[in-house]
Design a protein around this ligand. Structure first.
Ligand SMILES: *[C@@H]1O[C@H](CO)[C@@H](O)[C@H](O)[C@H]1NC(C)=O
Ligand SMILES: *[C@@H]1O[C@H](CO)[C@@H](O)[C@H](O)[C@H]1NC(C)=O
Length: 519
């Protein structure tokens, strides 16, 4: 019955989008500057050798942002001071290349991301920049200091250049709010880039940034990375600091919420994670360990059985199968399909864990400084286009309110989750990875996600288990839309997931530009 309802709803939405949301497949301007095609590590190495000026890099990215932002609407604020930072770096490089001792005591050689531009999601503090989380009431809110991950990146020599759009209060997996509007997918502007780190996904994929900072409590790094055909890495919990990130979560549930990088080049994942972690990278002692891929074991699964979920698209399934047969042929690895029936209940476990994790009830979080909102009044206003809140936030608020009325046995949930995590960790051990589609479908049309809330269960399952995951692009489907795959491992084995992603890159390629490349 539920399946039939879902089919009917999907049919209506598809019909609607066909009639009212077509012909927006506009092409972005070509990439004309070779600087935009360098990885973060290449940029840094070239700057250190005096072959490239940090100022030229920042200018190249500012120009690119100006030429694409009108179409994708990913950037909500530009950090002009980036040019000042760049000039200081250029002067420092000149000084040290002439053989002088560093004036600030740290050599350019000890700055792994020297002069590398990066962008940041509008829920992670960058000193002096807006931090609105897409809330109308926070439109004038400015971060008084850098979040720790941003400070760590700057310590490594990187330069923040822009703040990017998010869905209101990070409540949905698209990127829309009443303050800055809707961000579009660079591969097809009538589709969503995903969320909640959606501005980052769109901007990086469109070559408007090279690395970005995101956060993930249910797929917020991996979903946009998957819809936009780039890499996203959800780091093992408790490695990267959450200081300066919104929203806050309760300490005992903090394993659900981690930040991590999004990037176009697989070779940038490890250097960026290291830079974001600062000295805390010591908690991930194996991060640079070499991985012998013939010694790994691979497990995989296609989908769960949830009536409200979109069934797995064939192109997404084929992507996973392509990877499985590659590893079987090339490394003689035995790949085992598993059926984890427990996964069917995980979306509920996650939703209840979210309830337990949040420090501020959603109605208060949406009201922010103005206090708790009245959900029904806002829904009424919404019908006349008068609410500052999005229909999706109000839906989440409504569902959460209903959920709060139920008696939830958090203790037994914790036990079940712990049992599942133990079972899975034993299976994967220290040489196993688990392949699972990042989402049941490629980037959907803007309006359609309203009825597809349960599709996020592909990503949420790894938040409740606190596992590290790399989202890896697997090329484009016949409509030119990116296909994504998650590679997960036991906690602290991030090096395994990144090694598998690197191998997939070697075999099949990685990011594919959504616009022509003319340089
Ligand atoms: C990006 O584009 C959108 C819409 O096209 C615009 O409203 C916004 O101000 C732009 N951002 C910047 C920083 O220019
Ligand atoms: C390391 O982690 C601790 C919390 O566990 C945090 O207070 C500290 O700021 C982190 N240091 C860095 C350099 O990120």
């Amino acid at each position: 019955m539920l399946r039939l309802v879902r089919l009917f709803v999907t049919f209506c939405v598809d019909l609607y989008t066909m009639l009212f949301n077509n012909g927006k497949k506009q092409i972005l301007p070509p990439i004309a500057n070779p600087i935009l095609l360098m990885s973060a590590v290449e940029i840094s190495n070239n700057i250190k050798q005096g072959k490239l000026k940090a100022r030229n890099v920042i200018e190249a990215y500012f120009e690119r942002i100006e030429s694409i932002n009108l179409s994708i609407n990913a950037v909500i604020a530009i950090r002009e001071d980036a040019l000042i930072d760049a000039d200081q770096i250029d002067a420092k490089v000149q000084h040290e290349l002439r053989g002088n001792q560093p004036l600030d005591g740290v050599s350019i050689q000890d700055k792994p991301l020297l002069g590398v531009p990066f962008s940041v999601k509008d829920s992670i503090g960058v000193k002096g920049m807006i931090i609105s989380v897409g809330l109308y009431s926070r439109r004038n809110e400015v971060a008084l200091k850098d979040s720790t991950v941003v400070a760590n990146l700057r310590e490594a020599g990187a330069i923040p250049i822009a703040i990017t759009n998010v869905p209101e209060m990070l409540t949905w997996y698209d990127t829309y709010n009443k303050l800055f509007g809707q961000t579009n997918n660079p591969y097809d502007l009538s589709r969503t880039p995903g969320g909640t780190t959606g501005g980052e996904g769109a901007l990086i994929a469109a070559a408007g940034s090279v690395i970005g900072v995101g956060s993930d409590i249910g797929g917020s790094i991996r979903i946009p990375a998957s819809f936009c055909g780039i890499y996203g890495h959800k780091v093992t919990p408790e490695i990267l600091s959450r200081d300066g990130l919104l929203p806050s979560v309760k300490e005992h549930m903090s394993y659900m919420f981690t930040c991590g990088p999004l990037c176009r080049y697989v070779s940038d994942i490890i250097p960026t994670v290291k830079a974001m972690a600062g000295s805390n990278i010591s908690r991930l002692p194996n991060i640079e360990q070499r991985v012998d891929l013939s010694q790994i074991s691979i497990y995989y699964m296609f989908e769960t059985d949830i009536p409200w979920k979109t069934p797995l698209q064939q192109c997404v399934k084929n992507g996973l199968l392509k990877v499985v047969s590659y590893f079987e042929d090339e490394f003689d690895v035995n790949c085992v399909e598993i059926s984890a029936n427990e996964f069917n209940r995980c979306i509920d476990l996650w939703r209840e864990a979210m309830l337990e994790a949040t420090t501020i009830p959603i109605a208060e979080a949406l009201g922010d400084k103005n206090g708790k909102i009245s959900i029904s009044f806002e829904i009424l206003k919404s019908l006349f286009g008068l609410s500052h809140h999005t229909p999706k936030s109000l839906l989440v608020a409504l569902l959460t309110k209903a959920q709060m009325k139920k008696q939830i046995d958090f203790k037994s949930n914790t036990k079940r989750t712990a049992k599942l995590t133990r079972k899975f960790s034993r299976l994967l051990a220290d040489n196993g990875v688990f392949l699972y589609p990042s989402h049941p479908e490629v980037a959907p049309k803007h309006e359609s996600t309203f009825f597809k809330m349960f599709n996020i269960d592909h990503t949420t399952v790894f938040n409740i288990m606190g596992m590290p995951v790399t989202q890896c692009p697997l090329g484009l489907n016949e409509d030119g839309l990116p296909i994504g795959l998650q590679i997960a491992s036991k906690a602290y084995n991030d090096h395994l997931t990144i090694a598998v992603a690197s191998e997939i890159y070697k075999a099949f390629g990685g990011w594919i530009s959504p616009s022509r490349v003319q340089c």
